[in-house]
Design a protein around this ligand. Sequence first.
Ligand code: HEM
Length: 271
Amino acid sequence: MPAALAPVRPRLADRILKASGVLWFVAAFAGQAAFILFILAFYGVRTLSGNWAGWNDKPLIEGHVAGDDVGNSVFALHVLLASVMTLCGLMQLIPQLRRAQPPLHRWTGRIFLTLAAVMALSGVWLTTVRGTFLSEISAAAILLDAVLILVFAALTLRNAVMRRIEIHRRWAMRTFMAASGVWFLRVGIMGWVLINQAPIGMNDTMSGPADVVLGFGCYLIPLALLELYFRAGRSQGVWPKLGVAALVAAAAAFTALGVFGAVALMWLPYL
Ligand code: HEM
């Protein structure tokens, strides 16, 4: 490479890598905003108007159960807080907001971490105590996600308290990915079904080969891509940056397809 080009190419590669991240974020932002709107319009309206039985107007494993006041209350708490947690998580990722409103960023960060832990614990209760799961393997997948959310949230907090800001930022991103697992699962299912034009490798108990890959992959794949993104950002080489940028751009295209499917087939029909 001519010496004059040497400093230019890494900078261009950095810009391409960053652009791929922004592309993914735009698709994820649209999809998470749609998820929040769906939760508020479907669960929010029914719960606050006292029509808890109306949760079952959409397919669920176990939503409202007559006479199960504790189970119904935990379910209500879980679904309603899902919208607040998702909103706070999204707000954390907008750099302009972070720079313009640091106190707001700190507060939404605290709320996000607390609610991520509440979501994980209430989810574990719904799965293990209420017994809401389709198969052992799908329960194992979501329970592992809950463990990761709790561990990552604790490490995010610990590093913030110790003022290790860069490490804190990385654990916060990992917590976001793990806490977005159930959202990725919906997007992943719809992306897979749309690509194949059929639910290949899936069954009614979420224990088919594709179900298992999606069940664990809905948080392990985003977490692996995030690690690659961090490493490519630190790398001095052009090719690692471009390779990871291509992977993240492909993930953005898949996310956009899955978001389209989730909105069109999972959420809009029930509003
Ligand atoms: C942390 C992020 C989480 C979010 C944003 C979230 C969101 C939601 C939402 C929106 C529902 C309603 C179901 C639907 O409309 O499809 C739901 C149900 C449920 N969630 Fe979560 N959840 C999270 C974490 C978890 C975890 C970690 C577990 C288990 C360990 C869990 C277990 C459950 C169960 C068992 C149900 C009932 C499912 C059904 O009856 O079909 N959730 N969750």
